[in-house]
Ligand binder design. Structure first.
Ligand code: NDP
Length: 239
């Protein structure tokens, strides 16, 4: 299968692993990056790097135009780009809160809305949103991040109901700790305490998230929509 796939935030971390996994399996991959150089291995494989900050509607529109010209309408969208700005609530500024919401939730809205256009026309499409176990469990110091990630669940389930009759699925992947820049930024002590709560006793590697994303957009998952799939080593069990 060679579908037009877009992965946001595909230049590092989980998004990079997802983009690589799709490229290895012969899909036509486009990925967004914001600054610096796109990963050369993806470029060498023929993947299309698209510079785009998902907080800017014009950049999102421009990115889609570029992708549509080169790869046609996006058939598989993985909305992965995200940030955190942690802090206890009394110290959290309005900007800390709104910038996380604007990237993780509104940014996802922008890219999903634009992809839906072509998917509705084609009467088929696959959308995966990368949330977090934190959206379901909560986490001290992360009210902004948790709210944004919980919001993605309501978003996905509404979209699943709205677009299901057109054979468009929308699912959520909720990772626990994954070994990337984002998790490496927390203190060693906090990471060790958190990993002690994980039944599997370790963080995931990004490829373990990519495998589940690929499954969700495969034919084997054609009857799965509105699902929240935990990939968290058991950390969030019961939610
Ligand atoms: P990283 O910090 O390693 O990478 C984040 C990615 O998102 C980068 O590619 C970054 O681009 C991109 N990005 C951030 N803001 C924007 C923006 N405004 N516009 C476009 N791209 C943007 O994080 P991870 O790979 O760890 O995280 C990926 C996703 O997985 C996130 O949504 C995160 O919340 C989620 N997640 C991560 C977990 C973890 O433990 N690592 C656990 C659970 C969920 P750039 O390089 O330009 O900054």
């Amino acid at each position: 299968m060679s579908r037009s796939v877009l992965v946001t935030g595909g230049n590092r971390g989980i998004g990079l692993a997802i983009a690589r996994a799709f490229a290895e399996h012969g899909e036509k991959v486009a990925f967004t990056y914001r600054s610096g150089e796109p990963p050369q291995d993806l470029v060498a494989r023929g993947c299309l790097p698209v510079k785009c900050d998902i907080t800017d509607p014009e950049q999102v529109e421009q990115a889609y135009k570029e992708i549509e010209e080169r790869h046609g309408n996006v058939e598989v969208l993985v909305a992965n780009a995200g940030i955190n700005r942690d802090g206890l609530i009394l110290r959290m500024s309005d900007d800390d809160f709104t910038s996380v919401l604007d990237t993780n939730l509104t940014g996802t809205f922008r890219v999903v809305k634009r992809a839906s256009k072509g998917m509705l026309r084609a009467r088929t499409g696959r959308i995966v949103l990368i949330s977090s176990v934190v959206g379901l469990l909560g986490s001290p110091g992360q009210v902004n991040y948790a709210a944004s990630k919980a919001g993605l669940v309501g978003f996905a389930r509404s979209l699943a109901r709205e677009l299901g009759s057109r054979n468009i699925t929308c699912n959520v992947v909720a990772p626990g700790w994954v070994d990337t820049d984002m998790s490496r930024a927390v203190s060693e002590q906090r990471l060790a305490e958190s990993l002690a709560q994980v039944p599997l006793g370790r963080a995931a590697n990004p490829e373990e998230i990519a495998g589940v994303v690929r499954f969700l957009v495969s034919d084997d998952a054609a009857y799965i929509t509105g699902a929240v799939i935990p990939v968290d080593g058991g950390l969030g069990m019961g939610h």
